[in-house]
Write a protein that binds this ligand. Structure first.
Ligand SMILES: *Cc1c(COP(=O)(O)O)cnc(C)c1O
Length: 360
């Protein structure tokens, strides 16, 4: 090819999303993308319909109303918030603004597959750090930091393991990183971890900690693409310079504002999730399938080997159920299963039980 892309781009392996259909079936239960079984709050749907009549106007460029609403809901300073097209865009801003050729971006062994993609997009080098028994290791990360390190990216709770670092460990990491290194705490699943603030206090008080959050998971708005980041003003100001002025549409802004103002939605969804997550975890263990305690809205089931995971995946598809293969995350023996509502979880457990009984 005579056209030369920027360095790193051809190292990007295309992102693979969870499957969403099975040929010839109309009763598919999609448990492959960690979506909220309850969808978005009704207030957000109503806001979308209302916003339709406004789409001939350009949207707000400073997102002031949405940032105010987020600030109120989470007790944060609106001027330290930046909004993006999903939290993925906020992660892209931080990589592009603070790392480039010759720089290193640390991610961890079983971390979110977007992190190395984002590093390559910025022309930087992703550095993969080992975890300990499927949990992020603060010591391993600190040992991997070099003069070239610019960013450390981790999700807490993590995807696809569902495990998490206690806030004390997050703080130890933040305090021991050089001031020239940004710690990104990706909080896509924060709301599902009871009593956990997502590292908001670290992001408030330290100049080099960025917390990212999303409307895609507990707010049920994955299809609309809205996320945000929170950190020191200096960092947010730099990122804002590379944000397109109209990155969020009128409809995105209206839906997200209504969703975050709905005080009852998060507790209702997380209560349902906690109950069904405990039920699914218990059922898997009873069936002799290994799984760690999850702090998110999915469970990583670990079967005896890759062949067994493939067989279970096929058996579930035979029942119209889609879960996520996680070979690319270092778990060829794993299947990540989104926690559904009561009926959906019942259907998943029944299908797993049928598979196990069919083996005998
Ligand atoms: C789902 C998810 C996100 C959210 O991405 P959006 O771009 O906000 O939809 C971010 N990080 C992790 C680890 C996720 O699993």
């Amino acid at each position: 090819m005579s056209l030369t892309p920027q360095s790193g781009i051809m190292n990007i392996a295309l992102y693979e999303g969870g499957k969403s259909s099975i040929a010839g079936r109309s009763d598919v239960l999609k448990l492959s993308s960690n979506e909220n079984p309850l969808g978005p709050p009704p207030s957000a749907k109503a806001a979308i319909l209302l916003a339709v009549s406004e789409v001939y106007r350009y949207p707000s460029t400073d997102h002031a109303e949405l940032r105010d609403a987020i600030g109120k809901a989470y007790g944060l300073e609106p001027e330290q918030i930046i909004c993006g097209v999903g939290s993925d865009e906020v992660l892209q801003f931080v990589c592009q603004a603070f790392a480039g050729e010759g720089d290193e971006i640390i991610h961890t062994e079983h971390g979110f597959s977007m992190y190395p993609i984002l590093a390559h997009m910025a022309g930087a080098t992703p550095v993969n750090v080992a975890e300990t028994e499927r949990v992020v290791s603060v010591d391993n990360i600190l040992a991997a930091v070099t003069d070239a390190t610019r960013i450390v990216m981790l999700a807490n709770p993590a995807n696809p393991t569902g495990t998490m670092l206690p806030e004390g460990e997050l703080e130890r990491l933040a305090r021991n990183l050089p001031e020239s290194v940004i710690l990104v705490i990706d909080g896509a699943y924060t709301e599902y971890a009871e009593g956990y603030s997502g590292g908001a206090e670290l992001a408030r008080t330290m100049p080099n900690v960025l917390m990212t959050r999303t409307f895609s998971k507990v707010y049920g708005l994955g299809g609309l693409r809205i996320g945000w980041g929170y950190g020191a003003r200096g960092m947010i100001d730099v990122m804002t310079r590379i944000r397109q002025p109209f990155n969020l549409s009128t409809i995105q802004l209206a839906a997200a504002k209504a969703a975050v103002e709905d005080q009852d939605w998060v507790p209702a969804c997380t209560a349902l999730n906690a109950a069904q997550r405990a039920r699914l975890t218990g059922a898997l263990r009873q069936l002799g399938v290994a799984c760690d305690e999850s702090f998110a809205n999915f469970v990583l089931a670990r079967f005896s080997d890759e062949a067994e995971a493939s067989a279970v995946d096929l058996a579930l598809q035979g029942e119209g159920i889609l879960v996520r293969r996680v070979t690319g995350y270092g778990f060829p023996e794993g299947l990540r299963m989104t926690v559904g509502d009561e009926e959906q979880t019942g259907r998943l457990i029944a299908a797993l039980t049928k598979w196990r009984e069919g083996q005998a």
